[in-house]
Design a protein around this ligand. Sequence first.
Ligand code: DX5
Ligand code: ZN
Length: 214
Amino acid sequence: MIKIAPSILSADFANLERDIGRISTADYVHVDVMDGMFVPNITIGIPVVRCIRPTTTLPLDVHLMIVKPARYVEEFCDAGADIVTVHVESDTPEGIQSAIDKIHAKGKRAGIVLKPATPAQAAEPFLEQVEMVLVMTVEPGFGGQKFMADQMDKVRTLREWIDQRNPGCELEVDGGVDPETCKVCIEAGANVLVAGSAVYKAADIPARIAQLRG
Ligand code: DX5
Ligand code: ZN
């Protein structure tokens, strides 16, 4: 079954509880955390995760676009994150390992994220340890960008490796996913689709979520 993780980056931040309620038929709530250093944008952080936690029973899928995420992963877990993903480009391999270990020590799911220019091989040292691998299909930083179909080879490669080495691991894509591009993502082997604008700009959000499942 394909899972849908609407990104609240496209929600109305003055009405987050209402807008999270509108995606209750989805599988995860995708939370984009940006620090103005790893990406050229600043969004939301730990206090917001803590405030939205009691507003939904859906798992919170927290995508950290921050430098040296090991500094903050425990606080995100304590604030209510269920899945915490960190970019492999955001620290040394030792730093990424430390972030994964801290997330697991909190009893939460850990994942790694690859930017478009980062090859699938960068996931290999962590592949057997994580519960999620996220392939960016836009440059991280902003919602509403154009889907990069050239990332599908990476998704296919990772699907093959995950099936062989860690079949319980989820394979997520993020960026530019809409009712058309969702099809190639599913065909390439992704099982979790993040969608921000495609969900929140829809007139009928539950219908759009159903449509994105392919
Ligand atoms: C981009 C974020 C995405 C973004 C997706 O850095 O990681 O989650 O919100 O938005 P859409 O679906 O509009 O491309
Ligand atoms: Zn994201």
